[in-house]
Design a protein around this ligand. Structure first.
Ligand SMILES: *Cc1c(COP(=O)(O)O)cnc(C)c1O
Length: 385
């Protein structure tokens, strides 16, 4: 357990002159409060994929101290990480194979989602009495039970409950188009979810946790809120609905490891994909696609050097990338901002995502393990997890 009132963060002391990923938990704290204010229901902090790359335990603690009441992850191995860190908050894991260690989930007080009859059988036959959330596919043909099997699943779950094998505490669904609030697919998803809850009740179940909304629907559609929202992206400043100002929490910097003067017409990098159009200075950054800079952003991306945007030129390599520093140049050793919240003119994660034809989620979850990390604690915690 962690000391009362203190936020335990992994702050690896950084070797000067290396790349650095800073995570600002104060931004996570403010985003959590913004999201909590948007719903009358409970807020589940979804901290899968290491808290969307921001540090799952840190994001979990921060969110719990600022309005979230529960935690959510996909796999049970992610759940163990949170429990091992001393987090005792209610915790749900929703994406597991049928042979997952469900008895351990019961012992460690981790709720599990049940998306099929096969999962129900595995959970019910296990040694523990698991708390389960029946998971309906609300219309994206991805995870969750199909409508055709839902009534059967509910009846089987009720039988297992009567036998004392499981406790059905929730019904969950997920919307496939929530980032486009006007899309008909949302109405279909809401209707199917409401129907799924009615069917569960008709089977004799009393699911007190009914949850459908993730970040986008939490911010745009109260009809999807029910008793709880599961928010992940929003905690770390990503709003897929683009309706709300949330704060990005990551800043990626790197030093220039080398600067050279070149003539006009100098070919740069693999395949000579770029040629300088003018005499200029080229700077080298020790970050590449192995560190999460998407190769698709080659020759499109920008970075901030001495307060000015400068273009990335040539192909992004595995470990390095070249920046056109312009005639004025810069010194080897100077720090360059690859992305950040944008307040000082640096590119944002959203811009990097656009340059790579992807979404912000893929950028923040893709930062490689070899980039040293620094976590800035939230200044104020209302309550410990
Ligand atoms: C990832 C995930 C969430 C969180 O979605 P965000 O859009 O990141 O808030 C919620 N529910 C499920 C089932 C998920 O997989």
């Amino acid at each position: 357990m962690n000391g009362a009132g203190r936020l335990a963060v992994r702050t690896r002391d950084l070797v000067p002159g290396t790349p650095q990923l800073s995570v600002d938990l104060a931004a996570v704290a403010r985003n959590t409060r913004t999201l909590a204010e948007r719903t009358a229901g409970e807020l589940m902090a979804v901290v899968k994929a290491d808290g969307f790359g921001h540090g799952g335990v840190d994001v979990a603690r921060t969110a719990l101290a600022h309005g979230a009441t529960r935690l959510g992850v996909t796999s049970l191995s992610e759940a163990w990480t949170l429990r091992d860190a001393g987090l005792v908050a209610p915790l749900l894991s929703w994406l597991n194979p049928v042979d997952a260690d469900f008895p351990a989930a019961a012992v460690r007080d981790v709720d599990v989602a049940v998306p099929s009859l096969a999962h129900l059988a595995a959970v019910a036959e296990g040694a523990g009495r698991n708390r389960v959330h029946l998971h309906v596919d609300a219309g994206m043909a991805r995870d969750g039970a199909e409508p055709e099997e839902w009534a059967t699943l509910c009846r089987a779950a009720r039988r297992a409950e009567v036998r004392g094998q499981v406790e059905v505490v929730g019904v969950m669904g997920h919307l496939g188009c929530a980032e486009e609030p006007a899309d008909d697919c949302n109405a279909l998803g809401r209707t199917r979810f409401a129907w799924a809850v009615e069917v569960a009740r008709g089977a004799g179940l009393r699911p007190r946790d009914r949850h459908l909304a993730a970040t986008a629907a939490t911010l745009t559609d109260p009809r999807a809120h029910h008793t709880m929202s599961r928010v992940g992206a929003g905690l770390v400043g990503i709003d897929p609905s683009r309706t709300t100002d949330l704060e990005p929490a990551m800043t990626l910097t790197a030093p220039l490891t080398q600067v050279r003067r070149v003539r006009a017409g100098t070919p740069v990098g693999y395949g000579h994909a770029h040629r300088t159009t003018h005499a200029t200075h080229l700077g080298l950054l020790p970050l590449g696609y192995a560190d999460g800079l998407p190769r698709a952003a080659s020759d499109r991306a920008e970075v901030l050097v001495r307060g000015t945007r400068r273009p990335v030129v040539g192909r992004i390599s595995m470990d390095q990338v070249v920046v056109d520093l312009g005639p004025a140049g810069a010194e080897a050793g100077e720090s360059v901002t690859v992305f950040g919240p944008g307040a000082d003119g640096e590119p944002t994660v959203a811009e990097w995502a656009a340059w790579a034809d992807t979404i912000e989620h893929e950028i923040v979850t893709g930062i490689g393990a070899r980039v040293p990390r620094r976590t800035l604690a939230a200044p104020y915690l209302r309550r410990l997890a």
